[in-house]
Design a protein around this ligand. Structure first.
Ligand code: PMP
Length: 417
């Protein structure tokens, strides 16, 4: 099994120490990853050497900046194996991309008699935009339930047949359960029923080779900051035909072909969906990020983090009073969420932070999922290419210590009786 430990040197932030000089073990990658030096340098270089607004000026810097901005789109299109570069729309992130689909495709295609099918494991980013639109249009939203933290393909098939949803929108990989789903298979089933498909790839794009043509979904979204890229940029991939038919979501500069006092004609793709000054240096940083990940190899990254998550999960399951919130088997990612019998998730995260370990605690923007599981909060460790087996081991040992610290002693237990 190849180790990726050599990658650590590419990430300057990982050298710092945190609480009381403890070395940083950054296990909060599902929230946002860190950036390698090449990403940081590419953005500095943009600002230092060729930054100007894109698509507007005819001076040297604007031309250079435009060329680099469009070069970034080409790299990202290649990263996800898009058929056309102009199917890659830059948005502010996965959330903005889903909102764009809701406000553009959704407003154009959904009516009060329709159903949108989601899963109970969705991030709020793939629930709330549909709820907002449903409040205006009046369509129904149905949620696929979990069985042992997973959704069986037969359940998907049955729901598609019974609800006949106009849209099936689901996450390729849960940001809590550490599960991933057979995207191509679910998409094919949905298409057989005539449903349009949106895939939230926010937790998939950083961790596995992405092939949007193989998935065949109509829309795929992800965020730059979870693939070692900058914040403020994300991707909406849509099939050319659908994007052509959809109205622009935001109006303003850059997205028009012509404007008169009577109205406007929208620009061609991708500009139609990129109103206003886009995230220019961020696009440059995102290009550097996907090129960095390609160089390391997404398959190697996937194997590495699965190995670490498995190690952590195995260790955590051995600790009495610790419950892992996810299935024991099946397709897993680099995420392990857990609860302790006697400590709140926030106390666990706080105690881990005191030992230098960064994890996330709370509902992770999945309140319906937590509600369905009868939980209010979990602690989540999420691994990435630069994490090590030592960090996974430190996590397990630290959780064992914390569980001991918080568990009631025999004497306290007796007194309570
Ligand atoms: N979907 C999933 C599965 C996520 O994990 C996240 C981020 N936690 C999002 C969507 C939203 O991403 P962003 O905040 O970058 O828009």
């Amino acid at each position: 099994m190849p180790t990726l430990n050599h990658c650590r040197d590419d990430f300057p932030i990982l050298k710092r120490s945190v609480h009381n000089g403890a070395p940083l073990a950054f296990l909060d990658n599902a929230a946002s990853t860190q950036r390698p030096r090449s990403v940081i340098q590419s953005m500095s270089e943009c600002y230092e050497n060729y930054y100007a607004n894109v698509h507007r000026g005819i001076h040297t810097l604007s031309e250079e900046s435009t060329e680099r901005y469009e070069g970034s789109r080409k790299s990202v299109a290649k990263f996800i194996n898009a058929k056309h570069d102009h199917e890659v729309i830059y948005t502010a992130g996965a959330t903005a991309a889903i909102n764009t689909v809701a406000r553009s495709w959704g407003a154009q295609n959904l009516s009060s008699t329709d159903t949108v099918l989601l899963t109970i494991a969705e991030h709020h980013a793939n629930i709330v935009p549909w709820q907002q639109l449903a409040a205006e249009i009046g369509f129904k939203i149905e949620f696929l339930p979990l069985d042992d933290f997973q959704i069986e393909t037969e359940v998907v098939q049955e729901a598609l047949a019974s609800f006949q949803p106009k849209l099936f929108a689901f996450t390729a990989a849960s940001n809590v359960l550490g599960t991933s789903v057979p995207v191509a298979q679910w998409t094919a089933l949905a298409h057989q029923q005539g449903s349009t498909v949106l895939v939230d790839a926010a937790q998939a794009a950083p961790h596995q080779p992405l092939d949007v043509q193989a998935w065949d979904a109509d829309f795929v979204v992800f965020s730059g900051h979870k693939v070692c890229g900058p914040t403020g940029i994300g991707v909406l991939h849509g099939k050319e035909r659908l994007l052509e038919e959809m109205p622009p979501f935001l109006g303003g500069g850059g997205m028009i072909n012509r404007v008169t006092t009577e109205g406007f004609k929208a620009a061609a793709l991708p500009d139609k969906f990129e109103a206003g000054t886009p995230p220019i240096a961020e696009a440059i940083g995102l290009q550097a990020a996907v090129e960095y990940l390609n160089e390391i190899g997404l398959t190697a990254i996937e194997e590495h983090e699965k190995k670490l998550a498995k190690q952590a999960e195995h260790g955590l399951r051995q600790i009495e009073g610790v419950r892992v919130i996810g299935p024991q088997s099946g397709e897993k990612t680099g995420i392990v969420s857990f609860v302790l019998s006697h400590a709140h998730a926030h106390d666990v995260a706080h105690s881990l932070s005191e030992r230098g370990i960064a994890v996330r605690a709370g509902h992770h923007c999945t309140m319906p999922l937590h509600h369905a599981l009868g939980l209010t909060a979990t602690t989540r460790a999420s691994f990435y290419l630069y994490n090590t087996t030592e960090e996974a081991e430190t996590l397990v040992q630290s959780v064992a210590d914390i569980q001991r610290k918080f568990a009631p002693t025999g004497r306290r237990r007796r007194r309570r009786r």
